[in-house]
Each structure stands twice: as structure tokens, then as C-alpha cells.
Design a protein around this ligand. Sequence first.
Ligand SMILES: *[C@@H]1O[C@H](CO)[C@@H](O)[C@H](O)[C@H]1NC(C)=O
Ligand SMILES: *[C@@H]1O[C@H](CO)[C@@H](O)[C@H](O)[C@H]1NC(C)=O
Ligand SMILES: *[C@@H]1O[C@H](CO)[C@@H](O)[C@H](O)[C@H]1NC(C)=O
Length: 196
Amino acid sequence: MESALRLVKLLVLINFLFLTIHFHVGNTIQAGYSLKIKKYVCIDAPYKETTLHYCKNLPRRNAPTMVNVSLHVPKLYNFVLAKVKMFYKFSTYQPFVISLEVEGCKIIANPPTGEMEKFIYSILNETVPELLLPCPAGNRTYNIVWYLREKHTLQNSPPGDYKIQFKITSRNAILFAIEIYCEVRNTGFIDVFVKH
Ligand SMILES: *[C@@H]1O[C@H](CO)[C@@H](O)[C@H](O)[C@H]1NC(C)=O
Ligand SMILES: *[C@@H]1O[C@H](CO)[C@@H](O)[C@H](O)[C@H]1NC(C)=O
Ligand SMILES: *[C@@H]1O[C@H](CO)[C@@H](O)[C@H](O)[C@H]1NC(C)=O
């Protein structure tokens, strides 16, 4: 039973990755897909080893909401874990398919090979390259203005409410954690195919 469930989860994941790659090649599917960012929430603060100066939502007219974060990291780190988890809201938010944990410093030194790791690495490399500077990381303040791009999401995601949780830890200390609440709307595959 357990292994059957694992197999199903794996198949769903493979399906997601395949479709993601597929849909990233052409953007015709865009017509049937829309992502709405509801809010960003920095969580678990105050942190033990870092100081969150602020974490503000910047709503924009006709453009995705951005988050404006300032985090002071006084110590230096040679080991950081980055965890990404996606939740889908059934009646409450349930962990959903994607749950990933990578050693930050290792991945910076040797860019990743796994599809999901590569995908997330490329997002960070494109949008917040300062997070991918070689370790040791820290001894600085990170001022980051960021938003989740539509092209960075899984464009075949089932419609509904999602929460993406991103956490950076070192040993037992949480250095930073944020949750992104968003909504996926699909106008449907049929629409898309009929248009073409
Ligand atoms: C982010 O917040 C800081 C502090 O309030 C402010 O100085 C800065 O202009 C903000 N950045 C943007 C893009 O609004
Ligand atoms: C990261 O981005 C830079 C330029 O923005 C690019 O030259 C480099 O190939 C990228 N690295 C990876 C591993 O994608
Ligand atoms: C921290 O950064 C400052 C400059 O921003 C530098 O002078 C200092 O040597 C750094 N400390 C360490 C331990 O790297």
C-alpha cells in the first residue's frame, strides 16, 4: 500500500516535470493559465541568528505583487539547507507533490543535475543571483525585491489555491522563511486547443 502510494506520487511528479518542460518550450498554453499572487508572508521570525528588518508586500497595478525583504545575516555559513515545499489547499493546505531539500553551499559549488533542483536553481540564478554567491554566505544584509514569475511555475498545475514555502536553515537555526500564497486559474485545455 505504502509503496503503491509512493509510486503514484512519483508518477504524478514525473508527469508534472514532463509537462513543465514541455510547456516551457512553447508558450501557447499561457492562454489557458493564470497565476495570481495573493501575498507573501515571512514566517517563524524573529530568527535566532539573523534579523529580519522588514518583509513587505508591494502590490502593483496590472503586475504581480512583489515582496520587499531586508535580512541581516551577521554570521558566516558554510552549511545551509534550502527547503521548498508546495501545498495545495483542499480544505486546508496539504503537502503536494513537491517537497525538496538541498544543501545550499554544495549546490552553489556544483550546480545541480536533478530536474527539479535545476529548475529552482535557474529561478534563483535569474532572479536573486546574490543568493548563489560561493559560500561562506552571510556577513551582510540581503535587500531583496522579488516576485514569483508566471513562467517559473508549473503551468499545468491544477486550478486552486497554493502555498509555496521556502525555508533556509543552518543546523537548528532558521535563517529565513517565507510563504507565497497564490491562486492558479485554468480556463481549460479545450479553450487553448480550440484557439490553435
Ligand atoms: C523596500 O523597502 C525599503 C524600506 O522601506 C525602501 O527603502 C525601498 O525603497 C523599498 N523598495 C521598493 C522597490 O519599494
Ligand atoms: C546563471 O546566470 C548567468 C547569467 O545570468 C549565466 O551566465 C549562467 O549560465 C547561469 N548559470 C546556470 C547554472 O544556469
Ligand atoms: C565582513 O564584511 C566586512 C565588510 O563588509 C569585512 O571587513 C569583514 O572582514 C567581514 N568579516 C568576515 C569574518 O568575513
